[in-house]
Design a protein around this ligand. Structure first.
Ligand code: C2O
Ligand code: CU
Ligand code: CU
Length: 489
């Protein structure tokens, strides 16, 4: 069991690497779960400066097979960026790739100019240096490319990393929080390979880059040996198109402790959790000595599809073994998980009289329009809450993501629910026919010149134009007519 794992430079291996693996199971192909390293910032004038370099390399996604990939500071994925509420951060993103890319901070509340969407291209051999103050609660966010019309391919080639935010409330929550020891990121993705080991980048009809092979943190068949009885996993569905319904092989109960944008108030016991592309969940899993368990992606039991055999199902029926886990060889019984983790969730916002908007998602369009980088679809000229009614009018799945902000789910009709809709979110899965009413909050940053995006986060849909642009401006202001001109990459 060598540890020849090509993940981001300096990557560490979780748990203690064992040469033998668990007894009685076929471990030949298993390798230790790589954990993306934490990116150490430079401290200059009270700023935390994080350097990311998007570059090409060779990765060993499948054991013994070389695959050309892209990564930040390494050959695939990227280091975990970690900052605290109140921090002033500056990112230095260098593009060492042969083509233009962008780096978007998914889930981050920040000025639109810093957002890293299609309006902030980073040309090859140049460096982009956004900075902003972290002004939101502890959460597991992520960063990924967002070039106009090409997001799916750039993510698929390997560009994605976690951006973890801390605050005093989360520090005091009593959850496992030692990164790489009992606080472990799991970036779950899928790929297809050509026989020579290169990535198959053919967009399939309706399915885009839906893969047939799963990987966690950049490799297939990883194995995690716990050193603690209780482990927190920060899980990202980093796939471009695939839905994952996650469950342990023995059906054991675990707790969801956080949704996309922050802690739930009470840890919720569940036997499965499902995530659409871009969504995150933090879960807490208790393990005992002698435990051998597999984290699996299983068939969705919930009815997320209409009865239409022609509709693509984006992985709802597929099953994969994602990660095997071995319990720790020591450690006492963990205490019951505490409740009352997040007071921001106690009351639903009062949205009476708030402006409303409808987002109808149908046939690669939102409200009958495909993305036009020079068109502003929505002007938000006030601060505070809005109520957005988002409807999936198609007979296949979509999800919906909004930049800059987080939302609460006021209601969700005609779809199955997950405990995570009780928490703060930035991305929500919409079954065919589903209608979600969202309380969306706008605070702080205004700009007439730079828009934010909302879109389906199934990357093929997004790249086909299922995306709109909005600006947040002062009362009475209009967007700059120059928006997006000259951005025809
Ligand atoms: Cu995660 Cu507009 O993106
Ligand atoms: Cu985003
Ligand atoms: Cu979609």
């Amino acid at each position: 069991g060598g540890v020849a794992v090509a993940v981001a430079a300096g990557s560490v291996v979780a748990g203690c690497a064992s040469d033998s693996g668990p007894v009685g199971t076929g471990t030949a192909a298993r390798r230790p779960l790589p954990v993306p390293p934490l990116l150490a910032p430079r401290l200059v004038d009270g700023k935390k400066i994080f350097a990311l370099d998007a570059r090409a390399g060779i990765s060993e996604i499948k054991a013994g097979i070389s695959t050309p990939t892209w990564g930040y500071n390494g050959s695939i994925l990227g280091p975990t960026v970690r900052a605290r509420r109140g921090d002033l951060v500056r990112m230095e993103v260098t593009n060492s790739l042969p083509e233009m890319t962008t780096t978007h901070w998914h889930g981050m509340h920040l000025p639109a100019l810093m957002d890293g969407g299609p309006h902030q291209p980073i040309e090859p051999s140049s460096t982009w240096t956004p900075e902003w103050r972290i002004d939101q609660q502890a959460a597991t966010l992520w960063y990924h490319p967002h070039p106009h019309g090409n997001t799916g391919h750039h993510i698929y080639r390997g560009l994605a990393g976690l951006f973890v935010l801390d605050d005093d409330n989360a520090d005091a929550a009593g959850l496992p929080n030692e990164y790489g020891v009992d606080d472990i990121p799991l970036i779950i993705q899928d790929r297809r390979f050509h026989p020579d080991g290169t990535l198959d980048e053919t967009d399939r009809k309706d399915l885009g880059l839906l893969g047939d092979t799963t990987m966690v943190n950049g490799i297939t068949d990883p194995h995690f040996i716990a050193t603690a009885r209780r482990v927190r996993f920060r899980i990202l569905n980093g796939a471009t198109m695939r839905m994952f319904n996650l469950r342990f092989s023995d059906g054991r109960t675990f707790h969801i402790v956080a949704s996309d944008s922050g802690l739930l108030n009470d840890p919720t016991p569940v036997e499965n959790v499902y995530l659409s592309p871009g969504e995150r969940a933090e879960i807490v899993l208790d393990l005992k000595t002698g435990d051998e368990v597999t984290l699996r992606a299983v068939k969705f039991a919930d009815n997320l599809e209409v009865d239409n055999s022609d509709a693509p199902d984006f992985g709802l029926a597929d099953e994969f073994d994602l990660l095997t886990l071995t319990g720790p060889n020591q450690g006492g019984e963990p205490a019951p998980l505490p409740n009352g983790l997040n007071a921001t969730l106690i009351a639903m916002p009062d949205t009476k009289g708030a402006p409303t908007r409808n987002m109808d998602m149908e046939w690669f369009q939102i409200n009958g329009k495909r993305m036009d980088i020079t068109r502003v679809d929505d002007v938000i000229d006030h601060q505070g809450w809005e109520v957005w009614t988002v409807a999936n009018k198609d007979n296949w799945l979509h999800n919906f993501h909004v930049h800059d902000t987080q939302f609460r789910v006021l209601s969700l009709e005609r779809t199955s629910t997950t405990p995570m809709i009780d928490g703060w979110k930035d991305t929500i899965l919409l079954a065919p026919g589903a209608v979600a009413t969202l309380a969306v909050r706008f605070t702080g940053y205004t700009s007439t010149r730079w828009p934010y995006m909302y879109h389906c986060h199934m990357a093929y849909h997004e790249d086909q134009g299922m995306m709109g642009q909005f600006v947040v401006v002062e009362p009475g202001q209009q967007p700059d007519p120059q928006i997006g001109t000259g951005l025809d990459h």
